[in-house]
Design a protein around this ligand. Structure first.
Ligand code: AMP
Length: 287
């Protein structure tokens, strides 16, 4: 039988529990999520569980990272299913506050990470990474983790959080865990439920296009325009391509030749869903 996890709804309760654990010398691991958990999230939780004495998962659909025309209201939610999945893994606590607990009346602070946030997803989602940086700052101050695990699927988010943690001297180690995919290659996402049957079939092209780009690179092609030509050809007819880019893995600046580890990243819109995915191209000499 799975152990019950403590469900904490307030900042004060969560901080008190974390203080107690840290005082006892425990390593506190944390995975932040917006819920509607799937195997991608759970792989992060299991990864955190390997290194943690006490494990906290946050479940909070954060309004500040959604644009006014985005899907905050219809974002899928199912707390009881999330809770039983987390209890089956053996999570100690679930921090699931409501919006007013995190953003009480009068809340007026912002957290901005310059540079990394205006490219790729930041270009079409102004304010998105500011909202992510703000909520992660708050969640780190509330959960007070020793370390936190983020997914490679949201590569830009993981970079922004690393930058933020370094710049603001958070004493939190950031780990990044690989993308988990469906059998046909589609990266698991809570938003995949928005896809119609036809879109769902087409959506596997994101990963296949990235793989096709990877193959071109592995055959010795270092010119980014040639690699992207292949990616774009494979994406055509899948959905509305928002971007297909190859950027430096650290700075996210576009590169012309793949001489250093490079992030090959795509975003494609399918009707009501916007899907993202990425692979890392590592030149053998830079590995
Ligand atoms: P979200 O609930 O979408 O905010 O995601 C919470 C965390 O799970 C983030 O660190 C994501 O990068 C990570 N994540 C989401 N989908 C996947 C996936 N398919 N594989 C690995 N990590 C994922």
């Amino acid at each position: 039988m799975a152990e019950r996890a403590l469900v904490l709804r307030t900042v004060g309760e969560m901080q008190a529990l974390s203080d107690e654990w840290r005082c006892q010398g425990h390593r506190v691991g944390c995975v932040t999520t917006m819920g509607y958990l799937h195997e991608g999230h759970l792989s992060l939780v299991r990864r955190a569980g390997r290194d943690a004495d006490r494990l906290v998962v946050t479940v909070f659909v954060n309004p500040t990272q959604f644009g006014p025309l985005e899907d905050f209201d219809r974002y899928p939610r199912d707390f009881e299913a999330d809770r039983s999945r987390l209890e089956a893994i053996g999570v100690d606590a679930i921090f699931a506050p409501d919006v007013a607990e995190i953003y009480p009346e009068g809340f007026s602070t912002r957290v901005e990470v310059d540079g990394l946030t205006d490219r790729l997803c930041g270009a079409s989602r102004p304010g998105h990474f500011g909202g992510v940086a703000l909520v992660v700052t708050k969640l780190f101050n509330v959960v007070k983790p020793t370390f936190a695990v983020f997914g490679q699927k949201d590569a830009q988010q993981a970079l922004v959080i690393r930058r933020l943690t370094k710049d603001l001297d958070f004493d939190v180690e950031i780990l990044v865990s690989p993308s988990i995919r469906e059998c046909d290659g589609l990266a698991k996402s809570s938003r995949n439920v928005y896809l119609t049957e036809v879109e769902r079939r087409r959506s596997a092209r994101l990963f296949h296009a990235l793989q096709a780009g990877m193959s071109v690179f592995r055959r010795g092609e270092k010119r980014v325009d040639r690699v992207l030509e292949q990616v774009r050809a494979d994406l055509s007819g899948s959905g509305e391509v928002e971007y297909a880019e190859a950027v430096d893995l650290e700075t996210l600046r576009p590169v012309e030749r793949i001489e250093e580890p490079t992030l090959l990243a795509v975003a494609v819109r399918f009707g009501g869903a916007r899907l993202i995915d990425n692979l890392i191209l590592r030149p053998p000499e830079a590995a």
